[in-house]
Design a binder for this molecule. Structure first.
Ligand code: URA
Length: 218
């Protein structure tokens, strides 16, 4: 029998995730508090995404009283965080606080507001990744999916296994989820919410507006 994998999107039912989502959606939230909300969402979504993803090592330690089985994060398996600039930087601090040994590889995309095409203006990815590398992508908005499809292409061309990738995102919309499901059925996404859809400018509705502008006060 052939196993068919399928994109899985997880919306963790956690009160802290709901709380910080509400803060980030509110148009009256000032930029410093918006950044706090993004940091907290980065932290809790990474916590959820890491459950079945972090490589572990079973060993033993000796307590002051006896030998005892112990589980550690395996330091031999590379962990990479890929923030998608600009807005992905907002989730980075929370993610990095839980994965302090991860390497951070920045990738920058800008979206043409008329065609909605994503163009890569910065790529700090290494030439190759080993296939067991765990990759966490941080991107607060999955709207049309154009940017994330381009980012996934850059990663898989360099040897990343889509089954080892977790995306953390705050607000997602069906067009992006559908594109990613078709192209990368083994991918897993952890999001605070799946919203109804997009407006004519490609913004998620109700969404939270422009995540980059709100993070950086522009
Ligand atoms: N990017 C944003 O910042 N917001 C959206 O709603 C869609 C894409």
């Amino acid at each position: 029998m052939t196993m068919v994998s399928q994109l899985r999107i997880f919306v963790p039912p956690h009160p802290l995730i709901k709380h910080w989502l509400g803060v980030s959606r509110d148009a009256n939230t000032p930029s410093p508090l918006f950044r706090t909300a993004m940091t907290e969402l980065g932290r809790w979504l990474t916590y959820e995404a890491a459950r079945d993803w972090l490589p572990i090592l079973e060993t033993t330690v000796t307590t002051p009283l006896a030998d005892c089985p112990a589980t550690f994060v395996d330091p031999e398996v590379p962990i990479a965080i890929v923030p998608i600039l600009r807005a992905g930087l907002a989730l980075l601090e929370g993610a990095q606080s839980l994965l302090p040994l991860a390497s951070i590889y920045h990738v920058g995309f800008v979206r043409n507001e008329e065609t909605l095409e994503a163009t890569c203006y910065l790529n700090r990815l290494p030439e190759t990744f080993t296939p067991e590398t765990r990759v966490l992508i941080t991107e607060p908005m999955l709207a049309t999916g154009g940017t994330m499809m381009a980012a996934m292409a850059e990663l898989t061309q360099r040897g990343v296994d889509p089954a080892m990738v977790r995306i953390i995102s705050v607000v997602t919309a069906p067009p992006a989820l559908q594109k990613l499901a078709v192209a990368y059925p083994a991918l897993k996404i952890y999001a605070a919410m799946i919203d109804e859809g997009l407006n004519n400018n490609g913004y998620i509705v109700p969404g939270l507006g422009d995540a980059g502008d709100r993070t950086f006060g522009t």
